[in-house]
Write a protein that binds this ligand. Sequence first.
Ligand SMILES: Cc1cc2nc3c(=O)[nH]c(=O)nc-3n(C[C@H](O)[C@H](O)[C@H](O)COP(=O)(O)O)c2cc1C
Length: 217
Amino acid sequence: MSSSILMNSLNHSAYPGLTLTLADLEQASWQQLASVFDSTNQASVTGFKTMVLASRTNTGADARTVVLRKVDGDRKYVWFHTDVRAAKVMELEAFPDATLLFWDNTLRVQLRLTVETHLHSTDYIADEHWKELAVSSRKMYLSEYEPGSHQPNSYPGFPTHLGAELPTKEESESGRKNFAVIECRVLAMDYLQLSRDGQVRAMFQYEPDCKMAWLAP
Ligand SMILES: Cc1cc2nc3c(=O)[nH]c(=O)nc-3n(C[C@H](O)[C@H](O)[C@H](O)COP(=O)(O)O)c2cc1C
């Protein structure tokens, strides 16, 4: 099924569970994620631009919002960026298994990805993401302080003299040492679409072996 027919069928069919195959749905889910980076896309899939990263800690669990930075639907990988000094980096080094939770309020679709994370901070993968990063995003990596560290006053997350100004590209380079990419190998995906006409839920497992099944919502 072509990608536009697939997306259309998901967005407009009365009950897509009746017309779609599991393989169509899996393909469409990855297309919806990747469409975040399609600059010509005026549709409503902006909900997948951010996701909640849930991770394990020594004492329990933690969760926070991060921005989706790259998707590879063929190899089943997604990536996000973070400050290498952030608590989540230590948590993921200790417990690499995590969950990425996406919700698009317009499509009424939740995607729950079970992932295995891998830190890139000093290698060519981090270098490549850094090269592509806009100066406005690089500004956040200029923070003199560790994320979550106590401060005597409110701190904006970058040197205060910058204020609303952007650093020059050259100034932004000093943020590189704080920048990290977290690569997430997707082991499984749980798809849920809410609709009054009937909900659609399915699971897609990639590791250790490939399986897919419809689930009761
Ligand atoms: C909309 C939104 C997007 C965010 N994107 C990121 C991100 O891409 N990377 C990141 O490290 N933190 C991001 N944050 C901040 C995190 O949610 C979190 O507050 C911060 O990274 C500290 O988390 P930690 O203490 O668990 O490491 C974002 C927050 C919001 C509200």
